[in-house]
Design a protein around this ligand. Structure first.
Ligand SMILES: *Cc1c(COP(=O)(O)O)cnc(C)c1O
Length: 374
C-alpha cells in the first residue's frame, strides 16, 4: 500500500472549475474536423496577449518546446550550453539529446538561480547558449544575463516552466530571452494535464520552430504530406488547449492564490532561521512553489522532516539535486565546491495546492517548527 490513502495535502494540485470542464467538454464534443485546432489557436492567441510576445506555439510539454527551440538555434555535437547546476533534468535533457554538452554553473544564495558572474567565467569558444531557469518562480538576473549574452553573441533561453505570473521589471518571465518555454504539467501554476508553450519575438525562430513542430512541413508548403525536413511531433491536443483557455482566463486569480499561500508561509515562518523564495525590488514573484532553505549554520534532518510531514498527510518535496551529481553527460564549470552541492540538504519545497486552507498551511508550519527545534 502506498501512502496515497492518507495523503490529505498534495504538494501541488490544480484548480479546476466548471469553466475548464465546460471548455473540455465542448472540445471533446465538437472540436473535430474543421474545428480541430480552434482551442489551440485560441490558447496561443490568449497566451501571446498574456505574456506580451509576438509568437507562441502550443506544445505537448515544456521539454518539447525546449528541444525544438534548441534545435532551431542549431545546437549540436561539440557545442556547450551553460545552465545552473540546481535544476530539473528537463532543461538538460534536450541539450544532451542534441549531442551538445550542458555546462553547470553555481547558483546565487538568494534566488537559487544561476550566478551571472559564473556564467561569464564559464564561456568558451564552444558556448552556444545560456539557459536561464526561473527556479520555483524566483527570477534570474535577466539584465546581467542578457548583457553577457549580448557581449559574447550568445543567445539567452528562458525556461519559464515554473514562472507563470512572475514579472521582471515590467516584463513577464519567458518574454525576455531569445525564446521562452513554459510547462502546463499538472503540478504547474496553470495546467493542461501535460502541455507546454514555445514563445518568441523572433520571426525567423518562430518560422523554424513552426516547421519543426509540424513534422518539418513548412507553413507555405502546398504539396500534401510533403516534409521539407525531418521535424518533431510535440503538438498539444485541442482538448488540452480547451482546458488551457479556461486556466488562462483565470490566471490572475490563480497567481493571487499562489501568492496568498506564500504570504501565509512568510507570516508563520518569519522568526525561523530560514529563507523563503525571494522577490527583489522591481520583481513580482508568481511563487509557484514555496521553498524553505535553512540558514547555513543550521542543519536538520531533511528526511526526518519529510517523514514527519507525511505522517500528518502533508506531501512536501526535496529541493532539486545538483545535476552534476547525477549520471548525465555534462560537466561542472569549475572544480570549486558549489552551493548547489550543499543547499539541498537544508532545503524543502512546501506544499502549495490551490485547495489548501490557512489551517493546512499552519499545520505544515507547525511541523517545520517542531522538526527544527526537537
Ligand atoms: C516542469 C519543468 C520542466 C518540464 O516541463 P514538462 O512540461 O514536464 O516537459 C522544465 N523545466 C522546468 C524548470 C520545470 O520545472
Amino acid at each position: 500500500m502506498s501512502d496515497i490513502s492518507i495523503r490529505k495535502i498534495p504538494y501541488t494540485k490544480p484548480s479546476i472549475t466548471a469553466l475548464e470542464v465546460q471548455y473540455a467538454t465542448d472540445a471533446a464534443a465538437n472540436g473535430w474536423g474543421e474545428h480541430c485546432y480552434d482551442y489551440i489557436v485560441r490558447f496561443e492567441e490568449a497566451f501571446k496577449a498574456h505574456l506580451g510576445v509576438k509568437y507562441a506555439i502550443a506544445t505537448s510539454s515544456c521539454t518539447g518546446a525546449l528541444h525544438m527551440g534548441m534545435h532551431a538555434l542549431g545546437l549540436g555535437p561539440g557545442d556547450e550550453v551553460i545552465m545552473a547546476d540546481t535544476n530539473w533534468i528537463a532543461t538538460a535533457a534536450p541539450i544532451v539529446h542534441l549531442g551538445a554538452t550542458p555546462v553547470f554553473v553555481d547558483i546565487l544564495p538568494d534566488s537559487w538561480c544561476l550566478d551571472p558572474e559564473q556564467v561569464e567565467a564559464a564561456i568558451t569558444p564552444k558556448t552556444k547558449a545560456i539557459v536561464a531557469v526561473h527556479l520555483y518562480g524566483n527570477l534570474c538576473d535577466m539584465d546581467a544575463l542578457l548583457a553577457i549574452g549580448e557581449r559574447h553573441g550568445i543567445p539567452v533561453i528562458e525556461d519559464a516552466a515554473e514562472a507563470v505570473g512572475s514579472v521582471y521589471h515590467g516584463k513577464r518571465a519567458g518574454s525576455l530571452g531569445c525564446f521562452g518555454a513554459f510547462s502546463f504539467h499538472g503540478t504547474k501554476t496553470i495546467t493542461t494535464g501535460e502541455g507546454g508553450m514555445f514563445v518568441t519575438n523572433d520571426p525567423n525562430l518562430y518560422e523554424q520552430v513552426l516547421t519543426l513542430s509540424n513534422h518539418g512541413r513548412a507553413k507555405g508548403q502546398i504539396k500534401q504530406f510533403w516534409p521539407d525536413m525531418v521535424g518533431f511531433k510535440y503538438k498539444m491536443s485541442n482538448i488540452q488547449a480547451a482546458i488551457g483557455c479556461a486556466q488562462l482566463e483565470r490566471v490572475d486569480e490563480l497567481v493571487s492564490l499562489k501568492r496568498n499561500i506564500f504570504s501565509v508561509y512568510e507570516e508563520r515562518l518569519f522568526d525561523l532561521p530560514l529563507n523563503l523564495n525571494n522577490q527583489p525590488k522591481g520583481c513580482f514573484n508568481g511563487y509557484w512553489m514555496p521553498t524553505m532553505v535553512l540558514h547555513e549554520e543550521y542543519s536538520f534532518c531533511r528526511d526526518l522532516l519529510l517523514d514527519r510531514l507525511k505522517s500528518k498527510g502533508v506531501d512536501a518535496r526535496v529541493f532539486f539535486w545538483p545535476l552534476s551529481s547525477i549520471n548525465i553527460k555534462g560537466r561542472k564549470a569549475s572544480d570549486e565546491p558549489f552551493l548547489s552541492e550543499s543547499i539541498y540538504t537544508r532545503a524543502l519545497n512546501l506544499p502549495s495546492s490551490y485547495c489548501m486552507s490557512t489551517e493546512d498551511i499552519e499545520l505544515v508550519c507547525n511541523s517545520v517548527r517542531e522538526a527544527l527545534f526537537s
